[in-house]
Design a binder for this molecule. Structure first.
Ligand SMILES: [Zn+2]
Length: 237
């Protein structure tokens, strides 16, 4: 039986504290999965991996294929199990309601990782993308001031999401982190709001996690446990 596993690049605490240099290329990242999300060196847009292709959603609202040599600073990726059970939601009128809907599967065991793939048609979505930052890098909270939001109506596309357990806060985040990519690959980013008549969802638990840590002195200087959980959720949750 195939084991479900997630491969992660860097930790959220590092991003929070401005450690956003490249850890590996998009090409190397894609050897660890075909479905995922993250960001680039210096937060240069939101990263989406769908069907084995990597995309960059920039602050100007554009989506383009990531180059194999593009540097990734933070990501999580898995080989998505296309045979996992399919569920259908009723009308979803907010992101909060979607999280509530997903809770029926996650509440029973909050101490493991979950992945979700959703597809929506004719939805209203709001996504955000971070602006490319320059060295010396700011904290994620400072960088978030210049994030750009983009709204789309009657959009069809895919939701790519992960939920990590609370004891991994800092390594990742214990609330749903979801990116969105439209079917025509023209709109996408970090999902902030969603209204949809219905969603097709596939989600399942993951029990295996591999972590690739950044190399170098800036990561060596990181002092963990200093992130405010609320700040973390405000920016990434
Ligand atoms: Zn994101």
């Amino acid at each position: 039986m195939k084991t479900h596993a997630v491969y992660q690049v860097s930790i959220l605490s590092a991003l929070m504290q401005g450690i956003m240099g490249g850890v590996m290329t998009a090409q190397e990242l894609l050897s660890h999965g075909d479905f995922g999300l993250g960001t680039f060196e210096g937060l240069g847009g939101e990263l989406i991996i769908l069907d084995g292709e990597a995309y960059r959603c920039t602050a100007d609202g554009c989506v383009s294929p990531a180059a194999p040599s593009d540097q990734i600073s933070f990501a999580q990726i898995t080989f998505f199990d296309a045979f996992s059970p399919l569920h259908m939601t009723e009308k979803i009128s907010s992101f909060e309601q979607l999280k509530q809907f997903l809770r029926q599967w996650t509440a029973e065991d909050p101490n493991i990782i979950y992945v979700v793939k959703g597809h929506t048609e004719d939805a209203d979505v709001t996504v955000r993308s971070m602006e490319q930052q320059k060295r010396p890098y700011p904290t994620l909270e400072e960088a978030a001031h210049s994030q750009k939001e983009h709204r789309g109506s009657h959009v069809s596309g895919t939701l790519i999401g992960f939920l990590f357990p609370q004891f991994m806060d800092g390594v990742n985040i214990s609330s749903w982190h979801i990116h969105f990519l439209s079917d025509d690959r023209t709109q996408g980013g970090h999902l902030l709001s969603l209204k949809s008549e219905s969603l097709h969802l596939q989600m399942y638990p993951i029990y295996e996690h591999t972590l690739r840590l950044p190399e170098g002195t800036s990561f060596a200087r990181l002092r963990c446990g200093k992130d405010h959980p609320d700040a973390l959720k405000k920016i990434e949750g």
